[in-house]
Design a protein around this ligand. Structure first.
Ligand code: NAI
Length: 296
């Protein structure tokens, strides 16, 4: 299946951590990108944050100024959802909530052309369930990037029961053209990586709850002895506790509340306290102003 060519406009809905990163990836690959968020100013902030990340690369001599200018010039923040109507691929990266994502997909089906591919960056919600109320569920596919999207190579191309093989193949080829390493996955709860990751987070949280030791020591042990890139606490601070807690709940409920996937009260407390991690400066750790994203 051929990749979408660079004349295809990409729309990204949701300009948070993931949406901004995905917009950057698509723009760096040569596409025009519409970036939309329902929060006023968020799409412009997303574009500014991409510019800051890329400026650091320019300052270090890893990127030419003209490439930065061209990449940023291809990203267009748009205020209204209607403004994405002529995109050939729309990737949604909004809040991890089935009903809200379904509503967005219904709106997109109304305003986009019949052959526009609709992709979801959901971490855990069933692509089959997301597509169930669509007129053309065959055009919905999971395109699950990892955080931070410009740095992480893996993309899960998630097929719901109705997803067309052509649509999945096109998204797979497009991810490859964008320099990613896509894998096909079915729409099982948590897909592949988030499923495997659940016990990693859950056992780390249990150790913390049992006061085996503190978060920083556990992270250091996992990093230094386990040779992981990050321990569970620094990683979930990066993901965002609101997102990670929603994913844990989604996997837990999809598995008929199997206790293996029981969400931790520590996570719940962090979310209730508004300590969402790096994105708002406080999670298991406190972060300074510069902590928004690791540099690509
Ligand atoms: P985030 O909270 O940083 O950003 C979400 C953005 O979506 C916000 O700016 C919000 O204003 C906007 N939004 C919410 N509802 C909207 C709507 N109806 N229309 C337009 N914009 C809307 O969240 P994040 O971390 O970027 O996650 C987004 C999605 O990506 C979720 O589905 C999440 O599960 C998934 N994901 C998250 C990863 C992570 O590590 N944070 C990794 C991979 C996937």
């Amino acid at each position: 299946m051929p990749a979408l060519d660079t004349h295809t406009i990409i729309a990204v809905i949701g300009a948070g951590a993931m949406g901004s990163g995905i917009a950057q990836v698509a723009a760096q690959a040569g596409h025009r990108v519409y970036l939309h968020d329902q929060r006023e100013g968020a799409a412009q902030n997303g574009r500014d944050s991409i510019a800051r990340q890329l400026q650091r690369r320019v300052d270090k001599g890893k990127m030419q100024q003209q490439d930065l200018d061209a990449t940023i010039g291809r990203i267009q923040p748009v205020a209204r959802l209607d403004d994405v109507a002529d995109a050939g691929l729309v990737i949604e990266a909004i809040i991890e909530d089935l009903d809200i994502k379904r509503q967005l997909l219904a709106n997109l089906e109304e305003l986009c052309a019949g052959d526009t591919i609709l992709a979801t960056n959901t971490s855990s919600i069933s692509v089959t369930a997301l597509g169930a109320e669509m007129n053309k569920p065959e055009r919905l596919v999971g395109m699950h990037f990892f955080n931070p999207a410009p740095l992480m190579a893996l993309v899960e191309v998630v097929m719901g029961l109705a997803t067309s093989k052509t649509v999945a193949g096109t998204v797979h080829a497009t991810a490859t053209a964008w320099g990613k390493k896509p894998v096909y996955a079915t729409s099982t709860p948590g897909f592949i990586v988030n499923r495997v990751a659940r016990p990693f987070y859950a056992e780390s949280l249990r150790l913390l709850q049992e006061q085996a030791t503190d978060a920083a020591t556990l992270d250091a042990i996992i990093r230094e002895a386990g040779q992981f890139r990050m321990g569970a606490f620094e990683l979930t601070d990066l993901i965002g506790h609101d997102v990670n807690y929603a994913v844990t709940n989604s996997v837990f409920n999809s598995y008929y509340q199997d206790p293996r996937f029981l969400p931790s009260l520590i996570q719940k407390e962090l979310v209730e306290a508004g300590r969402l991690g790096r994105k708002n400066g406080q999670g298991f750790y406190a972060y300074g102003e510069d902590a928004e994203k690791p540099e690509p």
